[in-house]
Design a protein around this ligand. Structure first.
Ligand code: 5GP
Ligand code: ZN
Length: 137
């Protein structure tokens, strides 16, 4: 259920303080301690799972419903122009806390939040790329 040395498990157990904005049977949503913007929320699963690969399907489907709820609330609270929903898996993808969570980040036109990648050229072998993935679906 919970993992020793996991910051988010400690937060869920009340061993590390946090500021919650939402809670249900499966998730708690708290303010990010080092926010990208005012109102940056992270939705944490109550059961420890390191990443999306370990996440039970039931929680995977429910977490986006919670993300929508939080996104709608921050949009109203801050009258922001947009909202990013971000979920990192693995160090290479920017994950720093290895307990699955979803970020909800309010965005404003011309703000300095940086969630961007350099777009590559369109692959010549689109069908082959699709087949590479479809082989595992
Ligand atoms: P990741 O980089 O793994 O996607 O995101 C981890 C997030 O957790 C970071 O945005 C970081 O600021 C936040 N975080 C790390 N430690 C704590 C903590 O003790 N309390 C809270 N509220 N957020 C934390
Ligand atoms: Zn954990």
């Amino acid at each position: 259920m919970s993992e020793t040395n996991c910051i988010f498990c400690k937060i869920l157990a009340g061993e590390i303080p946090s500021t919650a904005v939402y809670e249900d049977d499966s998730f708690r949503a708290i303010l990010d301690v080092n926010p990208a913007a005012r109102g940056h929320v992270i939705i944490i699963t109550k059961k420890h799972a390191a990443n999306i690969f370990e996440l039970p399907e039931e929680d995977a489907s429910k977490i986006f419903v919670v993300a929508k709820k939080i996104a709608t609330a921050v949009k109203k609270a801050y009258n922001c122009d947009g909202v990013n929903i971000v979920q990192n898996n693995g160090e290479a993808a920017g994950q720093t806390v290895f307990h699955v969570h979803v970020h909800v980040i309010p965005r404003f036109q011309n703000d300095t939040v940086n969630i961007k990648w350099k777009q590559g050229d369109m692959p010549e072998d689109m069908e082959a790329v699709a087949e590479e993935i479809k082989a595992y679906l």
